[in-house]
Design a protein around this ligand. Structure first.
Ligand code: UT7
Length: 329
């Protein structure tokens, strides 16, 4: 066992003020509140307005986490931002967040694993602490997917919302904090969920805009089937790595994409529904932010106690999937 373990010393979130309800969407595309509720579980979502970018959401969540952890921004050794909607291709959103926090010098970089970004980020961030290289890491999951949504496409525009969640990771007693991770990917599924233009393969041009290639494209049905199967696989993988049984998990915090995905995977795992944290009815799918937003709800509920085992499970574009098990300190 490593000498150092990485645990959550503080948490914070931020969502934009503007609420977009299912009723609002009924006026924009051929959909209904009932269809959205029944097929996804979503009732409303938060969306960015004006010039608000991912780094703005991330920086606000970070400030809240820093305050909650009782540290100073200067104490941070590394800022790691998991996002697939960076402010721009470069510089990294992490560098922009660093500047918004009024600090300099510490390491900063982005990590891209789509909706699995927070789980990948937790695993990566913890390595720096476990090796003893850093003491304090700020991990943020932030996305502003509604910036890349075609508001005429009812298949996708009803699903996404914007937000950010941050954790301050610090050294904790061995045996606590992040005790197990499972990460996986299958690039053969890259076409199932993507934004085709704006990168080096297909740089932005009049044609890409005309063909709406800078918007999110998704094969919803295929992603749905993948998600149900993989949420289960990721959970089992992390349990096996920890040498634990599903009964030992006190809370499951899944990526908040669709209530039917969560329910099916939970039934397959045989985990008590009362242990599952769900808030997608309020936020929709906020991609990388969804797990920390749900985790923060659990944190604020006051139910968490030392020794509780939490499981975070993510899945998304790439395709990517993964899970973390955290023993609460
Ligand atoms: O973060 C990870 C990424 N994303 C996900 O995890 C999303 C995974 N996929 C899903 O959540 C679901 O596939 C959706 C919610 C996107 C769609 O639900 P579905 O049950 O798979 O519906 P479907 O695509 O099979 O469509 C069923 C019907 C179709 O009509 P027909 O062909 O049966 O006449 C669609 O055209 O529902 C129609 N439909 C809609 N109707 C009203 C599709 N979108 C809408 C809509 N409102 N917004």
């Amino acid at each position: 066992m490593s000498k150092h373990a990485a645990g959550i010393a503080g948490m914070g979130v931020f969502v934009p003020e503007k609420i977009l309800t299912n009723a609002d969407l009924e006026k924009m595309v051929d959909t209904s509140d009932e269809w959205i509720r029944v097929r996804t579980g979503i009732i409303e979502r938060r969306i960015v307005e004006g010039d608000t970018a991912t780094s703005d959401l991330a920086a606000e969540a970070a400030k809240n986490a820093i305050k909650d952890a009782g540290i100073k921004p200067e104490d941070i050794d590394l800022i790691l931002v998991a996002t697939s909607t960076p402010d721009m291709i470069f510089p990294s959103t992490a560098c922009l967040v660093q500047s918004k926090l009024g600090i300099d010098g510490c390491a900063a970089f982005d990590l891209q694993a789509a909706c699995t970004g927070f789980v990948y980020g937790m695993t990566v961030a913890a390595q720096f602490i476990e090796t003893g290289m850093y003491e304090t890491v700020l991990l943020i999951g932030a996305d502003a997917f509604t910036r890349h949504i075609n508001w005429e496409d009812r298949d996708t525009c009803i699903l996404f919302g914007d937000g950010a969640g941050a954790v301050v990771l610090k050294r904790v007693e061995a045996g606590y904090g992040l005790i197990s991770s499972y990460l996986a990917a299958d690039g053969r599924g890259a076409d199932l969920l993507k934004i085709p233009a704006g990168g080096s393969a297909n740089p932005g041009s009049e044609e890409t805009v005309r063909d709406k290639l800078h918007y999110v494209q998704m094969n919803g049905n295929a992603v749905f089937k993948f998600a149900v199967r993989i949420l289960h696989e990721a959970a089992i993988g992390a349990l096996a790595n920890a040498g634990m049984l599903v009964e030992e998990i006190d809370y499951l915090v899944p990526h908040q994409a669709n209530i039917r995905i969560i329910d099916s995977a939970a039934a397959r795992l045989g985990i008590d529904k009362k242990k599952i944290i769900v808030n997608l009815e309020r936020y929709g799918n906020t991609s990388t932010a969804s797990i920390p937003l749900a985790l923060n709800d659990l944190y604020l509920s006051g139910k968490l106690k030392q020794g509780d085992n939490l499981m975070l499970v993510g899945f998304g574009a790439g395709l990517t999937w993964g899970a973390n098990i955290i023993k609460w300190y």
